[in-house]
Design a protein. Structure first.
Length: 280
C-alpha cells in the first residue's frame, strides 16, 4: 500500500493516472500521492514500488490530480500554491500563487472544447480553495502555456466563531458543455451551475444543508451530494425529485462516480459504500 511504502509521512491525497486514449479495458498501473511534508510520490501498482519522488511544495499537500493525458501532475498545498510538474523529468514547470493563503480543496482537468473560449490549449482545469474561490485555466502542456480563463469568488455570511465550515468544491459538468458546479458555505444552501461562456450563475439547486462532498455522473445527468448528517442525495439535473439515502454512520465526506457512471463510491468515518445503478 501507499502508506506502508512511506511509513514516516501522512498521505493526504492521491489520484490514479488516466489510462491511455484508446486503451479500452486497460487499467492504469500508476498512482500519484501527495504527502504532509510537501512531497509527491509516483507508485507502480503492479510492482508495488515507488518510481519517482518530487518536492514542489513546502507545505502539506491537500489536492492532486493528473492532466487528462497523464503527462503532467497538478498538486495543491495547504498554503494555496498550485504546482504543475512533469513526472517524466521530475521537474516542476509552474508554481501558481493565485490562491495563496488558502488551502486548495479541488484540482480537476477536463478535455472540454477550449476553442469556444477564445484561448489556446489542450485542456481546461480548475483549482478551488477553501476561501470559496475557483480559478479556471486553459493549458497547452507541450507549449508550456497556462492561461487564466476565469476567476470566481462566491460570497458568504460571517461564520460563527469556532464553526467548522463545509468545504468549497467545484467540478466541471460532464453533460453540460462549458459549465461547472460549485457547492460550499454561502448565503444559501444550494448547488450553483456556472456558465464559462456567459460568466454567470445560470441555475441554482436547493439543498437541505451545506454539502460536504460532490460528484457528477459522467454518463447521466445526476449529482451525488453528501452531507454532514449521514445523508447522501442523488439529484437529477436540471430538474427532478431527489432521492435521499441514509446508509452512513457519519459525515459523507467523499462521493466519487466511476468513469462508467454505473457505480458510486461514498465514504464516511468508518464506512465505505459502493452503490450500483442498474437503470437504463
Amino acid at each position: 500500500t501507499v502508506s506502508s511504502l512511506v511509513p514516516s509521512q501522512s498521505c493526504q491525497c492521491l489520484a490514479w493516472k488516466p489510462r491511455p486514449v484508446g486503451a479500452w479495458g486497460a487499467e492504469s498501473q500508476h498512482v500519484v500521492a501527495g504527502y504532509s511534508d510537501g512531497t509527491i510520490r509516483v507508485f507502480s501498482v503492479s510492482r508495488t514500488e515507488m518510481e519517482l519522488k518530487m518536492q514542489p511544495h513546502s507545505a502539506a499537500l491537500t489536492a492532486i490530480t493528473y492532466s487528462t493525458d497523464g503527462e503532467m501532475i497538478l498538486s495543491g498545498g495547504k498554503d494555496g500554491l498550485v504546482a504543475v510538474s512533469n513526472p517524466r523529468t521530475g521537474m516542476t514547470l509552474h508554481v501558481l500563487a493565485d490562491h495563496k493563503g488558502s488551502p486548495i480543496t479541488v484540482l480537476q482537468c477536463t478535455r472540454k472544447q477550449y476553442h469556444d473560449f477564445g484561448v489556446e490549449g489542450g485542456e481546461l482545469w480548475l483549482a478551488t480553495s477553501s476561501d470559496r474561490r475557483v480559478s479556471v485555466w486553459a493549458s497547452d502542456w507541450l507549449r508550456d502555456k497556462c492561461e487564466l480563463l476565469d476567476w470566481l469568488s462566491f460570497p458568504a455570511p460571517a461564520a460563527p466563531e469556532g464553526l467548522d465550515l463545509p468545504p468549497s468544491l467545484a467540478v466541471f459538468c460532464p453533460w453540460e458543455h462549458g459549465a461547472l458546479v460549485y457547492v460550499g458555505f454561502g448565503m444559501q444552501k444550494e448547488a450553483l451551475f456556472y456558465s464559462l461562456r456567459k460568466k454567470q450563475v445560470v441555475r441554482k439547486v436547493s439543498l437541505p444543508a451545506f454539502a460536504t462532498s460532490l460528484s457528477l455522473s459522467p454518463a447521466t445527468p445526476f449529482m451525488a451530494i453528501g452531507f454532514g448528517d449521514r445523508l447522501l442525495r442523488l439529484q437529477p439535473c436540471p430538474a427532478g425529485d431527489p432521492q435521499d439515502f441514509a446508509g452512513h454512520d457519519d459525515t459523507v465526506h467523499l462521493c466519487r462516480f466511476a468513469p462508467s457512471g454505473r457505480r458510486l463510491l461514498t465514504a464516511s468515518h468508518s464506512a465505505v459504500l459502493v452503490w450500483e445503478f442498474t437503470g437504463g
